[in-house]
Design a protein around this ligand. Sequence first.
Ligand SMILES: Nc1nc2c(c(=O)[nH]1)N[C@H]1C(S)=C(S)[C@@H](COP(=O)(O)O)O[C@H]1N2
Ligand SMILES: [Mo]
Length: 311
Amino acid sequence: MLTKSPKGWQIPERHATPEEVFLDRRKLLQGMGFLGMSALAQQAFGAIAPDLYPAKRDAKYTLDRPLTAEPVATGYNNFYEFTLDKRRVKDMVGPFEIEPWKVKVHGLINNPKTYDIDDLVRAFPLEERLYRFRCVETWAMAVPWTGFQISHLIQAADPKPEAKYIRMVSVDRPEQMPGIRSQPHYPWPYFEALEIKEAMNELALFVTGIYGKPLPKQNGAPIRLITPWKYGLKSIKSIVEIEFTEKRPPTLWNKVGPTEYGWYSNVNPKKPHPRWSQATDRLIPTGEERPTLLYNGYEEYVAGLYNGKEY
Ligand SMILES: Nc1nc2c(c(=O)[nH]1)N[C@H]1C(S)=C(S)[C@@H](COP(=O)(O)O)O[C@H]1N2
Ligand SMILES: [Mo]
């Protein structure tokens, strides 16, 4: 991951090597078959509102590739508050407490509100959707997310006319997230943002579940963003604050590496990262290659948001 000297902005998101084959067939079988729904799985999965899962799948959102196996999507994670080692995140989240949990919704809105997560998961209709997922490092997967459209939350918040953006912030728990202390060069807590018009798009979800169950901690429990037409770094995990603003808020990766990570970070095979091509997806865990699609294949939904220059 550290290509050269570990300057803050250079560290992340390098061109991943084919290490994804780490989850070879044998380990996969051990992981899912023999351990089964054991203590391991119970520890990994959050316990918030289990009665809501599995939510009804919306058949409108179809895939062009097989679904990624659950132990792969929940065992290979970017969550730098814990560690840069994707395979170890799941082993380090044990002490991270996701209950109680509050999400503060505030800023340029008529209905500011601090939600308890137990109320938030029931406030808007949950559904399951199959989406492609593309990390800026080129690895890709296909995941059944459960969540609600951000558009519902925005409507409930009732933005004032001058509001143009939503800013989102992750939880800041150095005592439970060792990566915060071991990587002090990052401006924690993690922060991201969308234009309100992007967040209103039907594809944009706040996700609370995966594979028909509550979201595991390593995937961003209890609530994270998913915007499938953007690189994975936009999909901020473990959100505690949502603020409506007039001015464009900074985003973590754009701030630490403005030449490497655009504010929009829309998936674009024709715009190479300065250190690697973005032309190809590498599916985990097989390493199978597929051409990367503009907006990760979601052009029909989102092209109208852009004039083609946003990155
Ligand atoms: N708070 C927080 N959110 C985050 C990250 C992170 O390090 N911290 N990593 C991002 C990146 S780079 C990716 S690719 C996705 C990975 O999500 P996954 O582990 O569920 O696949 O989370 C994103 N959200
Ligand atoms: Mo990523």
